[in-house]
Design a protein around this ligand. Structure first.
Ligand SMILES: NC(=O)c1ccc[n+]([C@@H]2O[C@H](COP(=O)([O-])OP(=O)(O)OC[C@H]3O[C@@H](n4cnc5c(N)ncnc54)[C@H](OP(=O)(O)O)[C@@H]3O)[C@@H](O)[C@H]2O)c1
Length: 292
């Protein structure tokens, strides 16, 4: 299978590296396009073919990963429209661009999926959810899942879950970075050197996450197990609850998910505008032809 990336930025580079390191796609079978030469040079160093022409990526690939910023996706799909065939499969990682928008800019029946990865894919510890579009064939979703599993975990979900996924794992690394920074600040306040405090904070989150994933225990149970009666941890938990810790995190996930939903609605509105424009143009061309 040949794989192409339209947009060769951070995410495409992480995926390219993941596919190569797990031996799933050979570098010679990959090609990436971008407007910026410096990111193409990074791809080239990995042995991946490069071009500044998005259409060339479509021509040379069985599976095309759309990895440009969300506001560019529809324009890019328009730009490559003459080179589309139904045999090509598309995976969009653009946040908040609905399947309906992707499908309306591709040939009817094109196989397309949406994926919501996160920045931890850069260190092969990502969390991704893929949602299949309506024309997907059997085996396509598991193939894409296997590709994303080269850069972390990947679950299959439905498109209506992707806003919540964005709020949780998509934006989640930022909440975790801020938590690490806050823990380190606490350590510094209580006398630790900054470097040691940051490393301890990061390892603490890493260790706690590993315990949740490996023990299979409910996080609440693990929390109870470290809170000895009358001890330091339960005293700290009281301080967290007074500060509205859980409510704030839940609010953050909700805020990000609602923002993602709004972005999706805007993309759909823009698509409706584009469709109306095309219909108008077709009507005008027909009228002109009738006149002549
Ligand atoms: N990074 C994350 O954590 C993350 C998580 C989930 C989803 N995503 C999604 O992944 C997508 C890519 O994100 P990223 O972080 O990899 O962004 P990025 O590093 O900015 O990469 C996007 C690349 O696309 C290039 N580009 C711009 N216009 C183009 C065009 N017309 N044709 C081809 N390439 C073009 C950009 O070049 P210039 O810089 O020169 O414009 C840039 O190199 C986004 O849609 C984002 O929503 C990212």
């Amino acid at each position: 299978m040949s794989v192409g990336f339209i947009g060769a930025g951070r995410m495409a580079q992480a995926l390219g590296r993941g596919f190569i390191s797990k031996g799933i796609v050979k570098p010679q079978k990959m090609v990436a396009s971008d407007t910026s030469q410096s990111v193409l040079d990074v791809m080239k160093k990995q042995g991946i073919g490069t071009t500044t022409c998005n259409a060339e990526v479509v021509e040379r690939s069985d599976l095309v990963v759309l990895a440009v910023k969300p506001h560019l996706v529809a324009d890019v799909l328009q730009e490559i429209s003459d080179f589309l065939t139904k045999e090509k499969m598309f995976v969009s990682i653009a946040a908040g661009v609905p399947l309906e928008v992707l499908e309306s800019n591709l040939l009817l029946g094109t196989r397309v999926l949406r994926a919501m990865p996160n920045t931890a894919c850069l260190v092969h510890a990502g969390a991704t959810v893929v949602a299949p579009g309506k024309s997907i064939h059997s085996g396509d979703t598991s193939l894409v899942q296997t590709l994303f599993q080269t850069v972390g975990v990947c679950y299959v979900g439905t498109e209506d879950q992707l806003d919540a996924v964005t709020g949780l794992s998509g934006s989640g690394p930022a909440y975790a970075f801020t938590t690490i920074e806050s823990l380190a600040d606490g350590g510094v306040k209580m006398g630790l050197p900054r470097d040691m405090a940051t490393k301890l904070a990061a390892q603490t989150l890493f260790g706690a996450a590993k315990m949740v994933l490996e023990s299979g225990k409910h996080p609440g149970q693990l929390k109870d197990e470290v809170c000895s009666p009358g001890g330091t941890t339960i005293t700290a938990m009281h301080a967290l609850e007074r500060g509205g810790f859980r409510g704030t995190i839940i609010d953050a996930v909700e805020a990000s998910a609602l923002k993602a939903r709004k972005m999706g609605e805007l993309e759909l509105q823009k698509q409706e505008g584009r469709t109306l424009e095309i219909e108008q143009e077709v009507r005008m061309t027909k009228k002109m032809a009738e006149k002549n």
